[in-house]
Design a protein around this ligand. Structure first.
Ligand code: SIN
Ligand code: FE2
Length: 208
C-alpha cells in the first residue's frame, strides 16, 4: 500500500484521507466486493417504519448491519439467503489497522450501493457494542456530497468524497450525524452502470 496523506477537516475527530486508495487498489477492492455481492446479494432494506431505503445494501464480516420492521441491529447472516456474510477483504482490514490503529480488527463491513437518486439521511451510527471504536468509510465510484454535523445539532458542513477517498468518525466525532445529500452522477467511471459504493468498516461486537 502507498503512503496515506491525512488532511485537516476542521472537525475534531472527523478524519479524511483524500485519494487514499490508488487506482489499482480501487480496482482490486472492487473485484473483491463484486465477489462478495455474488455470494451475498444486494437488497433494499426497509426502515423500522416500513419505508424502503433508496440505497441497496449487503455486508461482509462476522456481523452485518440490517434494518427491517423489527429495528436496526447486527446479525451474522444475510436476511435473504440465511447464509453467513462473506469475509472482509484483507485490503480493508489492513487499511483499518493502518489508519485507525484500533486494537481489534473490524468485524462488520456494510456495503452501500447508491444508484440513480439514492441518498442517505442524517443519522448517527450507534448500534455498535463499543461506541468509542472508530468507523472507517471507503468510497468507490461517483463522488458523494457527504454531510457531517455535530451530535448536538446544527446543519454541519459538507465534504466531497471521491473514489478512493477514505474518512473516519473517531473520538469527539464518533457520534456525529452524517449522511449523503447526493451523488454526482458521471463523476467516476469505476462502476459499470455508474453510481457509488461505500464500504463502512466497524467494530460492531465486543472486543476479542
Ligand atoms: C453510512 O453512513 O452508512 C453511509 C455513508 C456513506 O455512504 O458515505
Ligand atoms: Fe452511518
Amino acid at each position: 500500500m502507498g503512503e496515506r496523506r491525512e488532511v485537516d477537516t476542521g472537525f475534531e475527530g472527523f478524519r479524511l484521507w483524500p485519494g487514499a486508495l490508488s487506482a489499482s487498489e480501487q480496482s482490486a477492492l472492487l473485484a473483491d466486493v463484486r465477489a462478495a455481492v455474488a455470494e451475498a446479494p444486494l437488497y433494499r432494506p426497509v426502515t423500522p417504519g416500513g419505508r424502503p431505503f433508496s440505497v441497496r445494501m449487503t455486508n461482509m464480516g462476522e456481523l452485518g448491519w440490517v434494518s427491517d420492521r423489527d429495528g436496526y441491529r447486527y446479525q451474522s447472516s444475510h436476511p435473504g439467503t440465511g447464509r453467513s456474510w462473506p469475509q472482509i477483504p484483507t485490503l480493508l482490514t489492513t487499511l483499518w489497522f493502518e489508519l485507525t490503529g484500533w486494537r481489534d480488527p473490524p468485524d462488520a463491513c456494510l456495503v452501500n450501493l447508491y444508484r440513480d437518486e439514492a441518498k442517505m439521511g442524517l443519522h448517527q451510527d450507534r448500534d455498535e457494542h463499543d461506541l468509542t471504536a472508530p468507523v472507517l468509510s471507503v468510497s468507490l465510484g461517483d463522488t458523494a456530497v457527504f454531510r457531517v454535523a455535530p451530535a448536538g445539532g446544527g446543519r454541519g458542513s459538507t465534504v466531497r468524497l471521491a473514489s478512493g477517498d477514505v474518512c473516519a468518525l473517531t473520538g469527539p466525532a464518533r457520534l456525529a450525524r452524517h449522511g449523503v445529500d447526493r451523488v454526482l452522477a458521471g463523476s467516476s467511471g469505476l462502476l459499470d452502470g455508474g453510481g457509488r459504493l461505500n464500504l463502512t468498516l466497524r467494530r460492531a461486537g465486543p472486543p476479542r
